[in-house]
Design a protein around this ligand. Structure first.
Ligand code: FCB
Length: 486
């Protein structure tokens, strides 16, 4: 998403009352490996994240998802908490190695039963289940057979999608194929800061294509067994890319990052073609002959909406020395997650940052939604993740006050509202995350939850932001403390 750089200073002004459309979906989001725990229970086999966590030096403090928030055992309490908040939808992911251990063959009843119980309870409490098939936990055996850089993984994924749809199609209303395939490809196989931790730029590009192909095949598999009312989507982590200046090299850097982060997925998925400039920019690395005739048609499937994850904008210039790639906020690695773009430097947008070191800038979300609406007219949008990590703690009164998170959410919800007012069809918003959880390479050191988790005991304490968000969700009305800007 390339736009001219614009720095917006927060303004004091009149508070606003912003009403969202009556059918707007208010939800919270999580992912299996980040919350479930019970890593070796009921037949689950290791995923690439179990292996990665066990590799010394990969995850902060040597943390693993073995126990996480123990949601596998505390799911009833977690659903009750959502019902108390008053949210109308819950986005969670299915653990592939729990449903189809080793990534091949028949499904495991106990694994499916867990999701049956969870979804029954959600429906009972009037909370719509929104299930993601793949939130990064590839069965380790499939990685051992080559992982996403190999074409066969796309076929395996479609088989797993069929199993999940057959078992849960009567109760899951909204399906998402992949969560953030950019992270799976470029952090997993490029910079290696995510599992499986490989650092091969060509493997990263191959992975991106096979994730695209897996998406297309999975959409077809889902449509084949789901009732016609089922909603099918994909979630992408759009990089809203801004050039640092209007100089040609910065504008070109933004174009290249836009291709590698966004259009590598939206091209085939939504337009039916890979962008030519992506092929040209990476021609020194690969001729893309792994894209076979007919692949792009298979990837280009009709979707009911597009899932948008947004945290922060991306500010780039084209002047990094060849030897470095700057910090792009996605962990430290000597290897770039941007194949063929080592001369691109990443900058912080002036203003506040979160505990992740990510710039807080709601204008990026507003601009992103406007651009997506212009690029893909008629395709409804859903904010499937938005939120922030801060250094939360329990005060002596036993409460967790997180005004920074409330301010972040308020600013971003106002940005969504402005997009809706401008005519963009945004159907809902999912706060990342319901609970504090395992934040990938950062382990438990980063807290994104609306609900605080005391890891030694597993105790849940709704933060001030949870109460605040619950009020917004129940009323569908956002009262801002200052006039929003864009
Ligand atoms: C996204 C992931 C999600 C979570 C948030 C903070 O990239 O989809 O699992 O880690 O970032």
């Amino acid at each position: 998403m390339v736009t001219a750089v614009r720095h917006v200073a927060p303004q004091a002004g009149t508070p606003e009352t912003l009403a969202f459309p009556p059918l707007f979906l208010w939800g919270t989001a999580t992912a299996a490996y980040q919350i479930e725990g019970a890593a070796a229970v009921d037949g689950r086999t290791p995923s690439i994240w179990d292996t990665y966590c066990r590799t010394p030096g990969r995850v902060r403090n040597g943390d693993t998802g073995d126990v996480a928030t123990d949601h596998y055992h505390r799911w009833r309490e977690d659903v009750a908490m959502m019902a108390d908040l008053g949210v109308g939808a819950y986005r969670f992911s299915l653990a592939w190695p729990r449903i189809q251990p080793t990534g091949r063959g028949p499904s495991v009843q106990k694994g499916l039963d867990f999701y049956r119980r969870l979804t029954d309870e959600l429906l009972e409490k009037n909370i719509k289940p929104v299930a993601t098939l793949y939130h990064w936990d590839l069965p380790q055996e499939l990685e051992d057979a080559g992982g996403w850089p190999e074409r066969v993984t796309a076929d395996r994924f479609a088989e797993y999608a069929s199993l999940a749809a057959e078992a849960l199609g009567d109760r899951v209303h909204t399906w998402t194929t992949l969560n953030e395939p950019w992270c799976s490809s470029f952090l997993g196989y490029g910079s290696g800061v995510h599992a499986p931790g490989r650092t091969d730029p060509v493997a990263a590009l191959r992975a991106a294509h096979h994730l695209n192909l897996g998406h297309g095949k999975a959409v077809q598999a889902l449509r084949a067994s789901l009732p016609s009312r089922a909603q099918i989507s994909v979630t992408l982590n759009f990089h809203h890319v801004r050039p640092l200046s209007e100089q040609a090299q910065d504008v070109d850097a933004a174009r290249r990052i836009d291709a590698l982060a966004n259009r590598v997925f939206t091209g085939p998925m939504l337009k039916g073609a890979y962008p030519d400039d992506l092929f040209q920019d990476t021609a020194r690395l690969t001729d893309w002959s792994f894209v076979r005739d007919g692949d792009v048609q298979e990837i280009h499937q009709p979707l009911d909406f597009l899932g948008v994850n947004y945290y922060s904008p991306t500010l780039v210039s084209g002047d990094a020395p060849e030897s470095s790639h700057g910090s792009d906020g996605h962990g430290n690695s000597a290897h770039s997650p941007w194949p063929g773009a080592k001369d691109v430097a990443f900058h912080l947008t002036p203003g506040p940052t979160t505990a992740m070191g990510w710039s807080v800038d709601p204008t990026g979300l507003n601009e992103l939604l406007l651009r997506l609406d212009a690029d893909f007219p008629g395709l409804p949008l859903m904010i499937t993740e938005n939120g922030a990590a801060f250094d939360d703690y329990v005060n002596p009164q036993g409460e967790v006050n997180d005004p920074d998170r409330i301010a972040y959410l308020e600013g971003h919800l106002a940005a969504v509202h402005r997009a809706i007012a401008a005519g963009v069809d945004v159907r809902g918003y999912f706060l990342w995350s319901l609970l504090d959880n395992f934040e990938w390479g950062y382990g438990y050191s980063r807290r994104f939850g609306a609900v605080y988790v005391d890891y030694p005991t597993g105790k849940r304490i709704p933060k001030a932001s949870a109460h605040w968000y619950g009020k917004v969700a129940r009323s569908g009305v956002l009262h801002t403390s200052t006039e929003s800007v864009d």
